[in-house]
Design a protein around this ligand. Structure first.
Ligand code: OGA
Ligand code: NI
Length: 338
């Protein structure tokens, strides 16, 4: 291919060879059914105990759930999706100024997942940003479209508050103090992936993102309402999680799986692509502060700590391992097992 990214505005008539999965790894889209009972949790509910109970069930049975009345304003989410589309509609030369395949960069446009490690590419371009502290990172964000920085800034502030609230509910649902998780994780980092999946000539042969778990603590995903694409592994079957109006999809990441001593699972999920329409999703990731030690509380491991499933580690140690592998290998947490 001539360009590094696939969001060129030109429709491909065939899927380039480097994106074609071997037969055994293909998504088998006709076998995927829609998950009709994805938990939808109303965070506006006055009864905190009820929310905590619903979160507990959702985390145990699914590892993911959707939230409504979450406090992020509709205007802000609509503007976020709009500016994301506007960004990916920019001329390709303009976008390529931001291109990098170095995962250590704090702002970059990239494609697929880890182009230098993977054997088969994925039908995705993405803009990756660090978002906290805002004053530090905002200056390096794209200045085209001109409204990008202002809109994304507002979005990040509101999503962060939502994430911290959800972590408090999760702590309570594990029988811990409300601020247990937010204290252990310290002043959390916040990253964003703006994922753009252009129309794909042969969606049966490839992925937007292959099955993976998220390496961070908590993921808050805004899905394009028009085009479904997120699928989650539930009871050993892939199921589609279709966008719910005004909802975010929340999933537990590897750090909360470790911190909960495996009580809650970092769920396997993937993104499939669509033949006719482009799809957008905006993933916000909360990540532990660099010096936080990821170690489960005694209440969940037995008092001598002998029941700890994983070795203690820090996020920088974990993240280095995560990017040194390919996405569809074994669960990265396996490398930290006791
Ligand atoms: C991710 C992710 C899913 C989607 O960015 O980690 O899983 O629907 N995205 O785009
Ligand atoms: Ni993910």
């Amino acid at each position: 291919m001539d360009t590094k990214v696939i969001s060129t505005g030109i429709r491909y008539s065939n899927l380039p060879e480097s994106y074609v999965r071997p037969e055994s790894e293909r998504p088998r889209l006709s076998e995927v059914s829609t998950c009709e009972n994805v938990p939808v949790i109303d965070l506006g509910c006055q009864d905190r105990t009820q929310i905590v109970r619903q979160i507990c069930d959702a985390c145990k049975d699914y590892g993911f759930f959707q939230v409504i009345n979450h406090g992020v304003s509709r205007e802000v989410t609509e503007q976020m999706l709009q500016v994301a589309f506007d960004f990916f509609r920019l001329p390709v030369e303009e976008k390529l100024k931001l291109y990098s395949d170095d995962p250590s960069k704090t702002m970059r446009l990239s494609t697929s997942f880890n182009v230098n490690k993977e054997k088969v590419h994925n039908w995705r371009d993405y803009l990756r940003l660090h978002c906290y502290p805002l004053d530090k990172y905002l200056p390096e964000w794209p200045s085209n479209p001109p409204s990008f920085k202002g809109i994304v800034r507002n979005y990040c502030i509101q999503v962060r508050q939502l994430g911290y609230r959800v972590e408090e509910f999760i702590a309570e649902s594990l029988g811990l103090e409300k601020d247990y998780i937010t204290k252990v994780l310290g002043e959390q980092g916040q990253h964003m992936a703006v994922n753009y999946y252009p129309p794909c000539p042969e969606p049966e042969l490839t992925y937007g993102l292959p099955g993976h778990t998220d390496p961070n603590a908590l993921t808050i995903l805004l899905q394009d309402l028009q085009v479904p694409g997120l699928q989650v592994l539930k009871d050993a079957k892939w199921v589609a999680v279709n966008p719910h109006p005004n909802a975010f999809v929340i999933n537990i990441g590897d750090q909360l799986q470790a911190l909960s001593n495996g009580r809650y699972k970092s769920v396997w999920h993937r993104a499939v692509v669509n033949a006719y329409k482009p799809r957008m999703s905006v993933a916000s990731f909360l990540v532990p502060s660099d010096d936080a030690v990821i170690s489960p509380p005694k209440a969940l491991t037995g008092y001598d700590g002998s029941g700890a499933l994983y070795k203690d580690f820090t996020y920088p140690e974990y993240y280095a391992k995560f990017w040194s592998r390919n996405l569809d290998q074994e669960h990265c947490l396996e490398l930290f097992k006791n």
